[in-house]
Design a protein around this ligand. Structure first.
Ligand code: ZN
Ligand code: ZN
Length: 360
């Protein structure tokens, strides 16, 4: 046995009905497009609704057939070459034919929903150009940004959780009052004080679709910047939407994701407690939360990853492939900034020189 799957699940390829080539999902549509003859064919929607699964179901799910990190072997239906990749979809490394795996063959949790690419490659490129243009001090060279070859669209796995929460809290309500006091020189003035009262209570809140990244490949902080996602536009998971894109497998288990989701709910609940306490100031000492009706689902979100080259350095950028939001580092032009400050210094020197000359 090697580190590879010995019995690969059947891979899907979507043949163009006009020329027999392999079609790809066309961003912004509900169709597949053939890269050779440009023929488009509609994706037949599967008769299924996106559903949230009770968290209790996790306990009875079998273990994953193939844990993340295990390389999957795709056999290209176009050129019959073999491609190794730890993904749910990819492209043939030789002829770029889209390859889509059967997720049920390897995954404990199969994606429930997919948010299809809305922004295509050209639009992502335009969004990047706009983003670099709008930056003050961005170098002139950015007008002719060179793209590195890593310009690719990926679906990233995310968990969403729903929960009805009931929280019992204890805390203190602070009420302001004013006291007339005399200062050291005998003048009277109003001084504000706070009187604290112990309090406790119960607050409830329903959380819908709390989003948690399902892959550690991209830092959570960076992914959070791509939010918000138009989750109402998700469709039931269907392999056609993956054709032509890379799909990352989840490596954060849903149980661990739930803990992150609870951590995201906590500050919202704390704010609810403070509102419930009322008064002028609030202290929360303890919160005990019961979660009922907990559900989860796995959803794939579309991101363009691009790297542009500038001054011998590669700059990574992500584009939310639904909203066009661009996230990334921007290079400041060292030359431009230096010239500006040198220019300022020269101007001051000139003024000083003039003043000195006029005085003499
Ligand atoms: Zn075709
Ligand atoms: Zn191939």
């Amino acid at each position: 046995m090697t580190d590879q799957d010995v019995a690969p699940a059947p891979d899907r390829a979507f043949q163009c009905e006009a020329c027999g080539g392999v079609s790809e999902y066309a961003p912004g549509t509900y169709a597949l497009r053939c890269p050779y003859c440009k023929h488009e064919q509609d994706i037949t929607p599967i008769p299924r609704q996106v559903t949230e699964h009770p968290i209790g179901e996790l306990a009875v799910l079998p273990r994953r057939a193939s844990p993340p990190g295990r390389v999957k072997v795709y056999t290209c239906p176009g050129c019959h070459a073999v491609t190794e990749s730890d993904t749910l979809s990819d492209k043939c490394q030789f002829c770029a034919t889209p390859l889509v795996a059967d997720a049920s063959g390897t995954e404990r949790v199969v994606p429930e929903a997919v948010l299809p690419f809305g922004v295509g490659r050209e639009q992502a490129r335009d969004a990047l150009a706009e983003w670099t243009r709008s930056r003050w001090f961005a170098p002139n060279e950015l007008k002719s940004v060179t793209e590195a070859e890593t310009f690719r669209g990926s679906y990233l796995p995310h968990w969403t959780y729903d929960a009805q929460t009931t929280t019992q809290y204890t805390g203190e309500r602070g009420e302001h009052y004013w006291v007339e006091e005399e200062d050291s020189e005998g003048r009277s003035r109003q001084v504000r004080h706070t009187r604290w009262h112990h309090t406790s209570g119960t607050v409830g809140r329903f959380f819908d679709d709390v989003l948690v990244p399902g892959s550690g490949q991209v830092p959570v902080k960076e992914l959070d910047k791509l939010a918000p996602w138009p989750l109402e536009e998700t469709v039931p998971y269907q392999e056609e939407y993956l054709a032509g894109f890379r799909t990352v497998r989840y490596d954060v288990e849903p149980e661990a994701g739930l803990e992150s989701a609870k951590a995201r709910m906590a500050p919202v609940i704390r704010a609810d407690c403070k509102r419930d306490i009322g008064g002028d100031e609030q202290r929360v000492h303890s919160m005990s939360t019961l979660y009922s009706g907990l559900t989860y689902k796995l959803v794939l979100l579309p991101v363009w990853f691009l790297t542009y080259l500038h001054a011998g350095k590669a700059w990574p950028v992500m584009v939310n492939a639904c909203t066009g939001e661009v996230i990334g580092e921007r290079p400041y032009s060292a030359v431009k900034i230096t010239l500006t400050s040198v220019g300022g210094a020269l101007l001051i020197a000139l003024v000083v020189l003039l003043v000195v000359m006029l005085r003499n």
